[in-house]
Design a protein around this ligand. Structure first.
Ligand SMILES: C[S@@+](CC[C@H](N)C(=O)[O-])C[C@H]1O[C@@H](n2cnc3c(N)ncnc32)[C@H](O)[C@@H]1O
Ligand code: SF4
Ligand code: SF4
Length: 445
């Protein structure tokens, strides 16, 4: 290019330019952004987003509000996947009061499910106050949360029982020595957690609400996978009927190539699931870092029940007097109805906080782009726990009259495009093997 041509093109660029900027193409006139569009969206889809009325949903009913409430914690789990966890109240990064008590007021009447999570809810200075406020003013909302159990004292147990909360105890170990080896090397923590769990179960029993017994979970990695069967037995001894195994997120990383133990782990869980699935829900098909889970399932499907009963006879006898999961769900539904809680389906009851599906043209699709809001204290948001946070989805970008404009937020192009793609069974950006994207996963949800 000659000198003159370069000069002319520079001047022309100052007047008018189209540039790639991350996902977007920017059209500038006289250096100012005039138009910005996502270059990964076809022209046809752009027109659909603009003109298809069904993609506009206002603020849907049946919302799940998953609040990354506070980053404070009282435990130092070796495997913790959360970033920015702090241990002193001065450094706590908590959702602003203005959001909880003003901006979100438009959401609460449409919320079915509130999920405060992130650090340790029981040590956050505002969480008890906030959940008491919800219990008093919006008792119809179903609340679920997770705790490491260390500070789940009588006052939390009573609030949880009164509100019919779904509580998950992240026990993560079968006894104190394993706890100190694989979770946190601190004396007397595990017995304290078990004591709090026992007290909570006692209070639920006294209140006639033992159907709302907590679930318990364990993060599985190479340090503890041999203990999964004992972990199940420990939970069954406490009469718990939902047991969650979370595969350590680090197993997804390429620095951790030795994941072969996972095949045995999954086979064992599938076998026990096959034996006791009417009475105990083993929730382990999350974050599945193996490709051919359905092949493993086929192997287990072919095993003879009699052989399994012999292999796990102690487990079979531990559950024989348990109510079935359907009976538990019916009992919970009745108690919820009497206390005017919003209904909760059997599927939701079991599958946890992030799986919500709906029927579309006779097939199940994930409902999250319609109804799920995951929110961090800094305003970053996502339609699911397993989704990347995008800069454009920070709720502070949607302010109107000093309040978050949730109508504009839920109907922005990103949300609309996800709705469009999910209707087409296209789950870009979704978690590998996600049970909610059923057509990717196969038959085993
Ligand atoms: C980050 S914690 C926050 C709630 C609470 N502090 C607790 O531990 O239950 C939420 C859940 O993530 C699980 N978790 C933590 N680190 C994990 C990891 N590396 N992989 C998978 N799950 C993990 C915890 O066991 C817990 O059940
Ligand atoms: S208790 Fe929960 S938040 Fe705290 S370190 Fe353990 S996993 Fe992380
Ligand atoms: S399908 Fe996608 S949005 Fe739905 S739960 Fe799975 S990862 Fe989340």
């Amino acid at each position: 290019m000659g000198k003159m041509t370069r000069k002319i093109s520079k001047v022309a660029e100052k007047i008018f330019s189209i540039k790639n900027c991350g996902d977007h193409k920017n059209i500038k006139i006289f250096g100012r952004d005039i138009f910005k569009f996502n270059r990964n969206i076809s022209i046809k889809d752009r027109l659909i987003l603009k003109f298809e009325p069904s993609l506009y949903v206002g603020i849907s009913d049946g919302l799940t509000l998953q609040l990354s409430f506070s980053n404070i914690c009282n435990c130092k789990c070796k495997f913790c996947c959360e970033q920015n966890i702090v241990y002193s109240k001065e450094k706590e990064d908590v959702i602003p009061d203005k959001w909880l008590y003003e901006d979100f007021l438009v959401l609460y009447p449409r919320t079915n499910h509130l999920v405060p999570t992130y650090g340790e809810i029981t040590v956050s200075k505002k969480s008890y106050e906030f959940l008491s406020y919800i219990n008093k003013n919006y008792p119809e909302i179903n609340v679920s949360t997770e705790t490491n159990g260390i500070a789940f004292c009588e006052k939390w147990a009573k609030l949880a029982s009164e509100n019919l909360m779904r509580i998950n105890f992240s026990l993560n170990a079968i006894n104190e020595s394993k706890y100190r080896e694989t979770v946190w090397n601190q004396r007397d923590i595990f017995p304290l957690i078990m004591n709090n769990l026992d007290n909570y179960c006692r209070i639920l029993k006294e209140d006639g609400k033992f159907a709302f017994k907590p679930s318990a979970s364990m993060v599985v990695n190479e340090s503890n996978y041999q203990t999964i069967v004992d972990f199940i037995k420990l939970c069954l001894k406490k009469e718990l009927q939902i047991i969650v195994f979370l595969m350590d997120i680090k197993l997804f990383s390429s620095d951790c190539p030795n994941n072969n133990f996972l095949y045995d782990t999954f086979i064992t869980l599938m076998k026990i699931e096959k034996l006791i699935k009417d009475r105990v829900f083993l929730n382990y098909k999350l974050f599945v870092p193996v490709k051919d889970l359905s092949k493993l399932q086929d192997i287990v499907d072919k095993t003879c029940m009699e052989d399994l009963r012999n292999e796990y006879s102690d487990i079979v006898s531990m559950v024989k007097n348990f109510k079935t999961l359907h009976e538990i769900h019916n009992e919970r539904s009745l108690i919820r109805k009497n206390l005017k809680k919003k209904p909760y389906s059997y599927r939701e009851e079991l599958s946890g906080t992030t799986f919500h599906q709906k029927t579309y043209h006779g097939k199940m699709i994930c409902e999250n782009p319609w109804t799920h809001l995951r929110l961090r204290p800094n305003g970053d948001s996502a339609p699911c726990s397993w989704f990347p946070y995008k800069e454009s989805q920070n709720v502070k970008n949607y302010m109107k009259n000093n309040l978050i404009d949730f109508n504009a937020y839920f109907n922005n192009n990103y949300r609309k495009l996800l709705r469009l793609n999910f209707k087409r069974h296209k789950y870009f950006d979704c978690m590998y093997n996600c049970p909610a994207s059923k057509d990717r996963y196969g038959k085993n949800f």
